[in-house]
Design a protein around this ligand. Structure first.
Ligand SMILES: [Mg+2]
Length: 281
């Protein structure tokens, strides 16, 4: 913005057009495209920031390095037969599958909160694509004899597993089969499924976009408590916990609202603003 433009904007506001600006501020039932949506900046970042893509690449590069190191540690000892096989445990959505196009649909429809029917329709239509670097990583692991187990919480009814497998295959990811895909319809608690895998495999690292993908204990209704728990586990991050970015959904919302998918309401919007102001603990 030029200095001239900046000045005229400022002059305009100072000169009494504040009411006009206020009139153009977000309204509850505004048409799509007319005014800002709560999620606009977050989704714009997801869609456009090279930095966001690089965070995925960085995470998968780290996973590859951890895989290489785990293989290197095994070779000199030669006890491979008696050891558990190496594996990763990965979340699906926003870890290996990208939901940017869902968020774009949500905004285009003028929605300001996560919308389950739209999500289910998008999942069934194979909306997801692979996140940056995910296809390469999963095939890298497969070529080296390291398995990837996907553990996800989703619920599209009877077809949940079918859709999940179809999404993974459509995106070109390795290990898109029933033996490697566990989808929990009744709970977002992944620990029992993860522990069952860890009993049989030597887990190199957990991959996820939600702290709940690593430990259930982060599933709390407090921003402060959640941050405290994460800091207690600091040594795990970049080691056996590899985190990917998600600025539109996840249990960070549960910490704010007490609900991971709060419905749109005036109270929801008020509390989102308070959170943005740093006033929700
Ligand atoms: Mg996820």
């Amino acid at each position: 913005m030029s200095d001239l433009r900046r000045r005229s904007l400022f002059t305009g506001v100072a000169g009494g057009t504040l009411a006009a600006l206020a009139a153009a501020a977000p309204r509850a039932n505004a048409a799509p495209g007319e005014v800002q949506n709560i999620f606009s900046a977050a989704v714009a970042w997801r869609q456009t920031a090279a930095e966001r893509d690089v965070l995925y690449i960085q995470g998968f590069n780290l996973a590859k390095a951890r895989l290489d190191a785990a293989l290197a540690r095994r070779r000199p000892h030669g006890h491979g037969r008696r050891r558990k096989k190496l594996a990763f445990i990965s979340d699906i959505d926003d870890t290996v599958l990208d939901s940017n196009s869902y968020w774009a649909l949500l905004l285009a429809a003028g929605k300001q909160a996560f919308d389950d029917p739209m999500w289910d329709e998008w999942v069934a239509a194979n909306g997801p694509t692979a996140t940056p670097g995910a296809v390469d990583f999963t095939h890298y692991a497969r070529r080296r004899g390291v398995q990837i187990f996907y553990v996800s919480s989703r619920d599209q009814g009877e077809n949940t597993q079918k859709y999940g497998l179809a999404n993974l295959r459509h995106a070109g990811l390795a290990f898109a089969d029933d033996a490697h895909v566990t989808i929990l319809r009744d709970s977002s608690n992944k620990e029992p499924a993860q522990q069952a895998i860890a009993a049989k495999y030597d887990v190199i690292a957990y991959l996820g976009d939600n702290l709940n993908d690593f430990r259930r204990r982060y599933y709390v209704n407090s921003v402060t408590e959640r941050k405290k728990l994460a800091m207690e586990d600091a040594r795990h991050f970049g080691s056996d916990y590899i985190l990917f970015p998600n600025n539109t959904d996840g249990h960070w919302l549960k910490a704010i609202f007490g609900d991971s998918e709060p419905p749109d309401s005036p109270e929801y919007r008020r509390r989102m603003l308070l959170a943005a102001l740093g006033k929700v603990n």
